[in-house]
Every structure is written in structure tokens, then in C-alpha cells.
Design a protein around this ligand. Structure first.
Ligand SMILES: NC(=O)c1ccc[n+]([C@@H]2O[C@H](COP(=O)([O-])OP(=O)(O)OC[C@H]3O[C@@H](n4cnc5c(N)ncnc54)[C@H](O)[C@@H]3O)[C@@H](O)[C@H]2O)c1
Length: 595
């Protein structure tokens, strides 16, 4: 028979502690909620009540249940109130000295059989445990933010944690409706080890003015389907907490430079910009603790200036006959543009036309467009095998093979054929846009228009501005995206732009984690989906994208940025060499042939 856990204690009622109290109370446990001062206790109680009131408002909780739930919670200042608890969870700020002091005190106050758990994100549970006389009863219970919503708990066992303690905590997680992954004590555990390098890198993009906060967040939401962008997430986590986690991970996790906190984070913490909890972080909020973002001096204004600067675009040339070109033709034709498709021959044009018709027909069947709209879209496309037919278009989008020599030759031809003032765009996902631009005499008119696959479905386009692109060409590209009902994010001409630069190092890190035998592909996929709300785990995504494609992108990032942490994981290289390329060959990280 396992332990009962009739009464639990929570120490620290900040962002995490208040949420953890709610989780326990919702599941029928009595909770002793403890803070360091009357003021902090009052703030913690307000946070808890605010969250419960929101649940009642949204119809997730009845008014009666609200009272029952609150009736289960007792509030107190000081650890002495915890003498009767069967389990205590500590959720005070991420500092080792503070946590050790609290654990030494808990050891003195709590009954001998009580389990002591820490919610630390990055500190060593082992180092915290040795501050007590019962390290075998100390364990990590790492909840995710917001605790009442996120399903995952990482259960962290040290080399001395007793097996029955692990089993009982696992059973408790199940009782709380949580899914646990049990792992050893390593900096950042699973989720944070994969998350924080990405968050830090996103902050470095803001610091370098590579792209705006809104654009970085929109790129990751729309390009990867994440529930929130990295900067909004930093605000939710709290910049002070994020700083401490990064700093600890840097020191404990092999001094990976990607975990060295970007200086901007420290500056913001010093200035009191802690995120949602202080009312201002990367964004400004209605009031401290509120999730409602309000406009501030960095909010882009409804861009009257950019709109006037944009050139009029009515006729568009699309060069290429692959998946991207076909999707892009569809997007433009459906949005009412006249389209000239140029391929390398009549046969290819016929094949693209067929694919386009099939896709539009599917749209009709699904009720996304009418038969008239389908016919009108098809009627807007003219098919050609000679670039000369692009002499009167206003915009050219090339989506030919991802080889610089081919793209350069194409841009040189376009330069000769197209009329002045045309915007020339490349859909490259990994080549430098400026290398295409220098093949022409009109560098100011060349931009990147990075569509995502499938182009008719994905709502994001990265507009890439080179060091020679004019404001007018960027404004035109933005206006075109708006007409296509795509969200345009503007970024500089660097390998991976925003999405791939932030996504692939994370995927590569996940591979390294499996390679190091720290965890399994299944547990890691679980952790990212249930702890961070990602639509797919990294291994699911790698198998969909293709391991060869992922490796090629990761290599490009590594070669351009020379960041040692970006070096492709040897396991990824080996799988590609072995022909395990993902779903397209029925075998990648997982075997799909038997499913
Ligand atoms: N913020 C997140 O997204 C997140 C997610 C998972 C885990 N964590 C971890 O949870 C822990 C708490 O982080 P947070 O973001 O909730 O921090 P926070 O700053 O929001 O809250 C910490 C709370 O601890 C209280 N406190 C400080 N000293 C105390 C003491 N001696 N006794 C009792 N209470 C005391 C503070 O008054 C404050 O209310 C950290 O270890 C952090 O790494 C945070």
C-alpha cells in the first residue's frame, strides 16, 4: 500500500506555487499554503482566487465547487504550519542557497515520514536533498506553467531517492490527472533543457533587432503551431525566473553558450520588467498579473506609411513546378491575382495544372470555395515555358530547385526580361537572398518570400530583407501578403530566417538527448506536448519534415553561425546515412511500416 497524502503543503505562492495549490485543492487534497510574509501571502491568495474566478467565469467550475475548493486551502506565514503535512512542495525563487535553507528547515519542522519535493526547473535536486537528514525522501516534482492547465509533471529522482517514494509520487500525479515522466537529476530535465536555448535565442533576435517581438512570436505560432510565441512565454514564465534557470543551466549543463542568459534579460530584470507578474516584460499588460496585452511605444501602428509606399501588384509570375511553386500559384490565383506560371516545358506545366485543379477541387468538396471561384482561379493562370512571358508582370516569385547556381542564373535572366520596378522574390529556405540579388542590377527590388508548406494552408510568410532591399520593396511584399491573407513577418537575411533558425536547433537538441540516453523519443515527445502544449513532439516532427531535410537545414545553420551547439547530432547523421529519412520512407525515429 502506498502513502495516502491526505494533506500537502506548498511553500511559495508565486507564479507556480499558487497554481500548484489549485491543482491539489481541485483534486480533493487539503493544502497548507505558506509564504514568507503577510504581504506575499495576500498576493498569493489573490492569484489563487483570480485563477479560480476565471474558471468559474468560463463555466469550468461551479460557484459551489469554488467554495468547496477554497475551503480546502489554509494560508499561513512561516514553515512551522507544515508540521502535519504528508508531502511538501517547495516553489520559492530559483536560488540554491534559498532552497537549501528551506529544505533544512522543512526537515526540522515536518514529520519524519513526510516527503519533501522541489518544483525547481534547473537546480540539482540532489544538492537540495543533502540539506536535509532524509535525502532518500526528497524528490523533484516539476510542474508546468500554468500548473492547473498543463498536464505534464517531470518526476525527478536522485541517486538516493527511495523507490517507494518515486512510486508514490507517480501515483499521486495520476490522482491529480497529470501525466508524469520520471527522469534522473540533470540540469533542465527534459522540457526546459529543450526549451530554454530556444527562448534565449529568441531574445537574442530581439536584442539584435533581427525581427520585432510581434513578428518573432507570430512566426513561431503560425509557422510551428505553438500555443504562444517565445517572448510571450518569457513574460509568462517571468524574466527573473527565466534568468535564474538559464544561468543555472549554463553552469550545470556544460557551459553551452546558448544557455548564457542574453544580456537584455538581465537588463530587463534590473529595470523591474519581469513579465506578466510585474505588468511589463517584452510586452505591456493591463495591470500586474493580467494576461491582457495593451499597446505600448513598440506596438506597430496601423501602417499608413507602409501602405502608401507599396507598389501596385496585379500580375504575378511564378517560376518552378514543384510542391511550393504549385501551392504558391494556387494562393495567388485564389486571391484574385493574374498569374503567369513558367516551368521548364509543356509537360511540367500540364502536371502543375493538374495538381492545381485537384487541390482546388478538394477545396470545393470541403466547402472552402465555390465551383465558380474554382473556375475563376484556374482562368487567372496562364501557362508558359519561357521566361520572356514575364516581361509585363509586377512581381516574380521563384520556387525552383534549392541550388544557388540555378537561382542566380534565373535572377540574371529575370533582370534582363522584367520591366523596371518589378519586385523579384525568392522562396529559398536556406540560401542567402543577397546572393540571388547580386545576380541582378536591381538589388533594391529583391526580397525573400518564404512560404511554408503547404502554401495554401499555412498562414505565415517570412519577408526577408537583405542589406540592399528598399523599404518600398519590403512594403510591397507585406501588402501582397496581406492581399493573400497571410501573416507577413519581416526579418533579416540570415540562415534559417526566424522559424527554422529557432526550430531546428531545438529538434537537434532532442536528438542529442536521446543519443545521451537521458530519455526516450516517446517521453520527450510527451514532455513537449503535455508540458509546453506543442502540437507535435520533436521526433514526430522530425519524421514528418524528413531527417535529410532537417540535417541539411541544421548544417546550414551551423556553417553560417559557427555556434558549436548547432553542430548536427551524430545520431541524426547516422540515421540519414542509413536511409531512415522519416515518414516518406516509412522509417525514421519510428517504424511506420507496421502501423
Ligand atoms: N515560472 C515558471 O514558468 C516555472 C515553471 C516550472 C517551475 N518553476 C520553478 O518554480 C519555482 C518558483 O518559481 P516562480 O516562477 O513561481 O517564482 P515567483 O517569483 O513567481 O514566486 C516565488 C514565491 O516564493 C515566495 N518566497 C520567497 N522566499 C520564501 C520563503 N522563505 N518561504 C516561503 N515563500 C517564499 C515569494 O514571496 C514568491 O511569492 C522555481 O524553482 C522555478 O524554477 C517555474
Amino acid at each position: 500500500m502506498g502513502r495516502e497524502f491526505a494533506s500537502v503543503g506548498v511553500v511559495g505562492l508565486g507564479t507556480m506555487g499558487a497554481g500548484i495549490v489549485e491543482v491539489f485543492a481541485r483534486n480533493g487534497l487539503s493544502v497548507m499554503a505558506v509564504e514568507v510574509s503577510d504581504g506575499a501571502l495576500q498576493r498569493g491568495e489573490e492569484t489563487l482566487r483570480g485563477s479560480i474566478d476565471r474558471a468559474v467565469k468560463r463555466g469550468k467550475l461551479s460557484a459551489d465547487d469554488r467554495e468547496v475548493l477554497l475551503g480546502r486551502v489554509t494560508f499561513a506565514v512561516g514553515l512551522d504550519a507544515l508540521h502535519d503535512a504528508d508531502l511538501v512542495i517547495e516553489a520559492v525563487p530559483e536560488r540554491l542557497d534559498l532552497k537549501q535553507r528551506i529544505f533544512a528547515e522543512l526537515d526540522r519542522v515536518c514529520k519524519a515520514e513526510a516527503i519533501l519535493a522541489t518544483n525547481t526547473s534547473s537546480l540539482s535536486v540532489t544538492e537540495i536533498s543533502v540539506a536535509t537528514g532524509r535525502p532518500n525522501q526528497v524528490i523533484g516534482m516539476h510542474f508546468f506553467n500554468p500548473a492547473p492547465i498543463m498536464k505534464l509533471v517531470e518526476v525527478v529522482r536522485t541517486v538516493v531517492t527511495a523507490e517507494d517514494v518515486v512510486t508514490d509520487i507517480e501515483a499521486l500525479c495520476a490522482r491529480l490527472g497529470k501525466v508524469d515522466v520520471t527522469i534522473n537529476d540533470r540540469a533542465g530535465f527534459i522540457a526546459n533543457a529543450l526549451l530554454f536555448g530556444y527562448l534565449n535565442q529568441a531574445v537574442s533576435m530581439v536584442e539584435a533587432k533581427y525581427a520585432s517581438r510581434e513578428d518573432i512570436d507570430a512566426a513561431m505560432k503560425l509557422g510551428c503551431g505553438l500555443p504562444m510565441g517565445p517572448l510571450a512565454l518569457m513574460d509568462l514564465i517571468g524574466l527573473d525566473t527565466a534568468y535564474e534557470i538559464l544561468d543555472t543551466m549554463y553552469r550545470r549543463g556544460g557551459r553551452d553558450r546558448r544557455h548564457a542568459p542574453v544580456p537584455l534579460i538581465k537588463q530587463m530584470v534590473t529595470a523591474g520588467l519581469l513579465g506578466r507578474k510585474s505588468g511589463r516584460g517584452f510586452y505591456t499588460y493591463e495591470k500586474p498579473g493580467s494576461p491582457v496585452v495593451v499597446a505600448d511605444e513598440f506596438t506597430p501602428r496601423a501602417d499608413a506609411e507602409a501602405a502608401t509606399a507599396a507598389r501596385a501588384i496585379a500580375k504575378v509570375g511564378v517560376v518552378g513546378s514543384g510542391t511550393m511553386a504549385t501551392g504558391i500559384i494556387e494562393v495567388f490565383a485564389r486571391a484574385g491575382f493574374e498569374v503567369v506560371s513558367v516551368t521548364r516545358g509543356a509537360e511540367k506545366s500540364a502536371a502543375v495544372c493538374e495538381t492545381l485543379k485537384t487541390s482546388l477541387n478538394k477545396g470545393v468538396v470541403r466547402g472552402k470555395l465555390t465551383e465558380q471561384q474554382r473556375d475563376a482561379a484556374i482562368g487567372r493562370v496562364t501557362w508558359s515555358a519561357t521566361l520572356e512571358h514575364l516581361s509585363d508582370v509586377d512581381l516574380v516569385v521563384e520556387a525552383v530547385v534549392e541550388e544557388l547556381s540555378v537561382k542566380k542564373a534565373l535572377f540574371a535572366s529575370l533582370d534582363e526580361i522584367c520591366k523596371p520596378g518589378v519586385v523579384l522574390a525568392t522562396t529559398t529556405s536556406s540560401l542567402p537572398v543577397i546572393a540571388c540579388a547580386v545576380a541582378t542590377e536591381r538589388l533594391a527590388d529583391v526580397v525573400g518570400l518564404h512560404f511554408f508548406n503547404p502554401a495554401p494552408v499555412m498562414g505565415l510568410v517570412e519577408v526577408v530583407r537583405t542589406i540592399r532591399t528598399s523599404d518600398e520593396a519590403v512594403a510591397t511584399a507585406q501588402a501582397v501578403c496581406q492581399a493573400l491573407q497571410k501573416h507577413a513577418v519581416v526579418c533579416a537575411d540570415r540562415s534559417g530566417f526566424v522559424v527554422n533558425a529557432l526550430l531546428f536547433p531545438y529538434l537537434n537538441d532532442a536528438v542529442k538527448m536521446v543519443e545521451a540516453s537521458y530519455s526516450t523519443a516517446d517521453d520527450i515527445d510527451h514532455a513537449m506536448k503535455l508540458g509546453c502544449g506543442y502540437p507535435m513532439g520533436p521526433f514526430e516532427l522530425l519524421d514528418v519534415v524528413g531527417l535529410d531535410v532537417s540535417l541539411a537545414i541544421q548544417r546550414e545553420l551551423y556553417l553560417e553561425l559557427r555556434e558549436p551547439g548547432f553542430a548536427p547530432a551524430p545520431l541524426l547523421e547516422h540515421l540519414v546515412t542509413a536511409g531512415y529519412l522519416g515518414r516518406k520512407v516509412s522509417r525514421g525515429f519510428r517504424d511506420y511500416s507496421k502501423r
